[in-house]
Design a protein around this ligand. Structure first.
Ligand code: 5GP
Ligand code: MG
Ligand code: MG
Length: 175
């Protein structure tokens, strides 16, 4: 199935970086009310690895979002398909994203989450494509900066496929 996907970031590099991010988050959130908000579907793999490297009492919530429009472009207008199950008022929310591309989606989600009156909201993203930025949103915890290529795997899809690849890869156009 994955024969037409070339590796951009292999699973060892991902695992190493996720360990580092978990340690950093652990240090920063000691004594706080950490709630990780996993943005579905793309960040389900990243979140599940990351939480196992956070050595703190914490909660996990899931926010299901669907972008309107084409799958490979972002309008930033997102439909909530699954909302948080508990209030986050007064909590320290850390939004976990798969990738920040134009920044439109994360900007929209931050606006939405701030209406819930958390004590703080920060962003953790596995990937960032700075070449395509349309809105600057600070990424407090970043896995990797990548060039402007459409990537799949480790939770990220192309028409709902490839989420199960254990690495980040590029779909070869000859497929
Ligand atoms: P943004 O609103 O920042 O442009 O895009 C965010 C969303 O677009 C991501 O959460 C992801 O669903 C999708 N996206 C952006 N770039 C890529 C990419 O290279 N690969 C995949 N699979 N999805 C992407
Ligand atoms: Mg996402
Ligand atoms: Mg997608």
């Amino acid at each position: 199935m994955a024969t037409n996907v070339s590796t951009m970031i292999d699973s060892d590099r991902i695992a190493q970086r996720v360990r580092e991010l978990g340690a950093e988050i652990t240090r920063d959130y000691v004594g706080r009310n950490l709630v990780l908000v996993c943005v579905l579907k793309g960040s389900f793999v990243f979140t599940s690895d990351l939480v196992r490297h956070i050595d703190l009492p914490m909660r996990v919530e899931f926010l299901g979002v669907r972008s309107y429009g084409e799958d490979t472009k972002s309008s930033g207008v997102v439909q909530i398909t699954h909302d948080l199950t508990k209030p986050v008022e007064g909590d320290d929310v850390l939004v976990v994203e798969d990738i920040v591309d134009t920044g439109l989606t994360i900007a929209h989600l931050l606006d939405l989450l701030r209406t819930r009156k958390p004590a703080s909201v920060k962003v953790c993203s596995l990937l960032h494509k700075p070449a395509r930025t349309r809105i600057q949103v600070p990424i407090d915890y970043l896995g990797f900066t990548i060039e402007d290529k459409f990537v799949v795997g480790y939770g990220l899809d192309w028409a709902e496929r490839y989420r199960n690849l254990p690495y980040i890869g590029l779909v070869e156009s000859s497929s």
